[in-house]
Design a protein around this ligand. Structure first.
Ligand code: PLP
Length: 367
């Protein structure tokens, strides 16, 4: 049995260390906005080479707090790919603005050729989603943003440590956001998130917004909210960050194994392998590919004890009619969702697991 993700195993592998951290933090009574959070913020800022890294309650909050701090208002429009989590669109919705949905390109990212035609007088920004641990084509997106005088807000929830031209995901636009949901690349034991920015003013606003509008002296100087990253979660994350380079190395190794094993199957379109293009440094939050006879493949693998997942339960944002996306035609994205599937990609997989998955997939297509 190879589960898609094994939450318990991930904890149990390192249980005694985690228990020590929990004991240490709790016995100090260090729960809200304490030194472990400060340290995690400092270390993460250094890791992705950004000036400010601010822990918040989750990745969705990070997006809307950033948009709020950026002054996004009702009537404003922001362009996002339809192949994203509903959270990207919801964050835009909850600052009163409108998510404008765009197509998916051949490497499963926001299609940069589909952005400019969606720009109107109301467009305030582009939100590239750095999906599956890969960056969008940021050179082109930066060019389009500059040319049209609009901002870039990165949803890099799935891309902590990913790089493009040597620059980290989350550091391209006015701000970038991260999620520490347990199944994410850097996962905690519950919800967690962060916002990264090089803009001092935006950072100051987000720090106020996440803590009831209170400044360092505790005075309320603005309307604020409560969206803090728990100190206990930060302590866990700070510990995991120490070996995070090795985690990335392992994920890239697994991706290369999948690529080596599956590359010659004509019925599959694989994501770009780690060895492919020096411009992209992908960290493989997910291994998402396109497969002919996808549903039959999934059923076969399931019978063999191998679990797969279709991202967003198979529903791109433009399919949510109840949210007002009726009548929007995105044929490239629809096509993608007919064939897309994600193979297991996580830190508890063994090499034997990967070989078994590859061999079962080969079996399926040789029949
Ligand atoms: C996980 C995720 C989010 C939301 O993060 P939460 O921490 O669950 O709120 C946003 N966008 C994308 C692309 C994600 O994968």
């Amino acid at each position: 049995m190879i589960p898609f993700f094994n939450y318990a195993e991930l904890y149990n592998q390192n249980k005694s260390k985690y228990l020590k951290i929990i004991e240490d933090v709790c016995s100090r009574g260090a729960f809200i906005l304490q030194s472990d959070l400060e340290e995690f913020e400092k270390n993460s800022a250094k890791f992705i080479n950004v000036k400010h890294f601010i822990g918040v309650a989750n990745g969705t909050d990070a997006l809307w707090l950033g948009l709020k701090a950026a002054g996004i208002k009702p009537e404003d429009e922001i362009i996002i790919p339809s192949h994203t989590y509903i959270a990207s669109a919801a964050a835009i919705h909850f600052v009163g603005a409108k998510p404008i949905l765009a197509e998916c390109s051949d490497d499963n990212m926001l299609d940069v050729d589909d952005i400019e035609k969606r720009i109107t007088k109301k467009t305030r920004g582009i939100m590239p989603v750095q999906i599956n641990g890969r960056c969008c084509d940021m050179e082109v997106i930066e060019y389009i943003a500059k040319k049209n005088g609009i901002q870039i807000f990165e949803d890099s929830a799935q891309a902590f440590g990913s790089k493009y031209n040597g620059k980290h995901a989350g550091t391209f636009g006015l701000f970038g956001t991260f999620s520490f949901y347990p199944a994410k690349l850097l996962g905690c034991f519950g919800d967690g998130g962060a916002l990264a920015t090089n803009d001092d003013e935006l950072a100051e606003k987000v720090r106020l917004l996440r803590d009831h509008g209170r400044n360092v002296s505790g005075e309320v100087i603005e309307w604020g909210f409560n969206s803090r990253l728990d100190n206990l979660q930060a302590a866990i994350l700070n510990y995991k960050l120490k070996s995070y380079e090795e985690d990335i190395f392992r994920r890239r190794e697994i991706a290369q194994m999948y690529d080596d094993g599956l590359r010659n199957i004509d019925s599959l379109d694989l994501p770009p392998p780690p060895s492919n293009n020096s411009k992209y440094f992908d960290v493989y939050q997910n291994y998402e590919l396109r497969a002919k006879n996808r549903d039959q493949l999934r059923n076969y693998l399931k019978k063999e004890g191998i679990m797969t997942i279709i991202q967003w339960a198979g529903s791109p944002v433009h399919s949510f009619k109840e949210l007002g996306f009726e009548g929007l035609s995105l044929p490239k994205t629809d096509k993608f969702f007919e064939k897309c599937v994600m193979l297991p990609m996580n830190m508890t997989l063994t090499n034997e697991n990967i070989y078994e998955i590859i061999s079962k997939i080969k079996n399926f297509y040789s029949k």
